[in-house]
Design a protein around this ligand. Structure first.
Ligand code: 1PR
Length: 567
């Protein structure tokens, strides 16, 4: 008897395993139907897509044993998809039936007033009037959500679901069920294992409650809630670490100026200084820095393997060891990027992008970030549409690209596309193919009189491609990307502020969340990017690595400016 984990084979369950390890609990994996009899407590940390989860449970012969386990009255804790499978159905995969324990549907968020997926830290309103401190949940904390589908909280339309609801969250003007609790069942739509100390507290509270009390939770009262004018979603602050080997072969966090990560070599009389002749800049060790940013209150972390386009990331064992070690230290979402594409090892072994991503997920990544391959996929998709005589702006994928296969297996929220655009200056009278995307510099600024469009690049800015940022953003949203990290080669490392024109342009193009990146030099720059563009998150590297501005300093500035931040 003991604590068991149900892993249906997709998604990153490593995060929860790491949380339990951190909290000092031993657990075993459910590997067969028999294991359910041995379990006295069960956690199902489902990540990914509803249909995929049900399919995998069915084909492994685990769906009925799971239903029986829950019916037996032994404690069950379902996270995200692990909570959603308790419901009747989901419009994510209408042909698949859930367990039906909560006889109500899961539906997609409406996109009219907000970015979907719902990604980020949001507040949870507990339905019981007393504070549920015994469950570790708190009204004053924020918890990490990442999903496109939700159970609506609407006691008149869905009375059964409302009877199970324990906590409710507002996103845009929608109220949805953030947690359910009744008898032996506890479930959260958010990820406690990714919600920092506040989330770890929920897991440890549930595990430290006696099994008897975890089996008898009372239903919470049904209350009519009306949405507040503004939801509780906070603006995310992301710390990014670009990782590569230095000249001694050690993996270091580096940082470039406009993507050039080498020190300027000292000039000698008569020599010509080249920007790339010095050593790779070393700003610290990746795992130590990740732990530091977690402790400092970062809402998310990114590790970018910036030279992985040269070789298969699966052969890069030191980088994978870094991801594993970082995932054991940080309990906020971790995005890993670099080299996620179909590859062929030197011995001729073929690896699909989905396999590469799977290795990163199992190492502890929560999301993967795709850059170069996203550009190539959208170019291909547009070329094929043109060959067929169709409008390339309306082109769709054929289901084979890395973005599509990873989104289908792990859910679109697990797929980030990182864009590396560069300005292309043209005459203001420019009449070329990108004229509808042309930005004209404002009068009275240093850009007055200039005009430019944004071109996509691959291989860390080394190669320009015949694709605009608007075309790429539109294409990857169609393919199923869940989020965009929007860099700017022009602004990277300059400390002059984010490229507001670029970010606005992409914000107007897509409905998925955007992480603004490149150029942050002060806390005021974060305030500016949120106020002027309405993006969901902002990322910085250099100022955090050099200790020039602290993460909390940024958040306090946001709060002072009236933005919602997790402090
Ligand atoms: O093409 O799928 O293999 O992914 C490679 C990834 O590595 C891409 O996401 C690409 O952006 C990144 N990358 C490649 N070369 C570099 C480089 O710097 N030489 N880093 C690089 C890009 C940009 C951001 C940076 C922000 C904020 N770095 O990650 O953190 O610009 O910086 P700042 O706050 O200091 O201004 P693939």
């Amino acid at each position: 008897m003991g604590l068991f984990f149900l892993d249906y084979g997709a998604g990153n369950v490593q995060s929860l395993a790491n949380s339990l390890k951190k909290l000092g609990y031993d657990f075993q994996w459910i590997t067969s139907a028999d294991d359910f009899h041995k379990a006295s407590s069960l956690i199902f940390p489902g990540v990914g897509a509803f249909g995929q989860a049900i399919d995998a449970l069915e084909s492994n012969g685990l769906l009925e044993p799971l239903r029986e386990y829950i019916a037996s009255g032994k404690p069950y804790f379902g996270i995200c998809i692990g909570m959603q499978v308790l419901f009747q159905s989901s419009t994510e995969n209408p042909s698949k039936k859930g367990l039906g324990i909560i006889p109500s549907p899961i539906d997609e968020f409406s996109r009219t007033d907000k970015a979907v997926p719902h990604i980020g830290w949001n507040a949870v309103d507990l339905l019981d009037s007393e504070d549920k401190s015994d469950e570790g949940l708190s009204r004053s904390s924020h918890y990490y959500f990442v999903h496109s589908y939700r159970a609506k909280y609407d006691p008149s339309a869905y009375p059964e679901a409302a009877e199970w609801a324990h906590g409710v969250t507002q996103y845009g003007q929608e109220m949805f069920i953030a947690s359910v609790r009744r008898a032996n069942v506890f479930g959260t739509q958010f990820h406690p294992e990714k919600s920092g100390e506040a989330g770890l507290k929920i897991i440890s509270s549930w595990l430290s409650e006696s099994e008897a009390s975890r089996s008898r939770a009372p239903a919470t009262p049904r209350i009519i809630l009306t949405p507040h004018p503004k939801d509780g979603l906070t603006k995310r602050i992301v710390a990014c670490m670009d990782v590569r080997s230095n000249d001694d072969g050690d993996l270091v966090v580096t940082k470039g100026d406009q993507y050039d990560v080498r020190e300027k070599a000292p000039t000698t009389p008569g020599s010509v200084q080249t920007s790339s002749s010095g050593a790779v800049r070393n700003l610290g060790k990746p795992v130590a820095l990740a732990a530091k940013y977690y402790a400092a209150g970062a809402d998310e972390l990114c590790l970018m393997n910036i030279t992985s386009f040269r070789h298969s990331p699966l052969l890069d064992q030191p980088m994978l060891a870094v991801v594993r070690a970082a995932a054991e230290e940080v309990f906020v979402p971790l995005t890993i990027g670099g080299g996620i594409k179909d590859t062929v090892d030197p011995d001729g072994t073929k690896r699909s992008a989905l396999q590469v991503a799977g290795v990163y997920f199992r190492a502890g990544a929560d999301k993967v970030s795709i850059a170069s391959e996203a550009v190539k996929t959208v170019e291909r998709m547009r070329d094929l549409a043109k060959e067929r005589g169709e409008d390339p702006d309306l082109a769709s994928g054929d289901g084979t690209s890395g973005i599509e296969t990873i989104a289908s297996a792990y859910g679109r929220q697990a797929v980030v596309v990182s864009i590396d655009p560069r300005r292309v200056y043209v005459e203001p009278t420019y009449d070329g193919p990108y004229k509808s995307e042309l930005i004209i510099g404002k009068n009275g600024t240093e850009e007055s009189g200039k005009a430019w469009w944004y071109q996509c690049t691959v291989s860390g800015g080394r190669e320009n491609r015949p694709l605009s940022v608007v075309q790429l953003a539109r294409g990857v949203e169609k393919l199923g990307a869940g989020e965009i990290v929007l860099n700017s080669i022009d602004k990277d490392g300059t400390g002059k502020g984010f490229d507001i024109d670029l970010i606005r342009l992409v914000r107007q193009t897509v409905g998925i969340p955007i992480v603004a990146s490149s150029g942050a030099g002060s806390a005021a720059h974060f305030v500016e990017v949120f106020e002027k563009t309405g993006v969901e998150a902002a990322l910085a590297a250099g100022i955090f690595h050099r200790g020039e501005v602290g993460i909390m300093e940024v958040k306090k500035s946001l709060a002072q400016a009236g933005q919602n931040a997790r402090i």
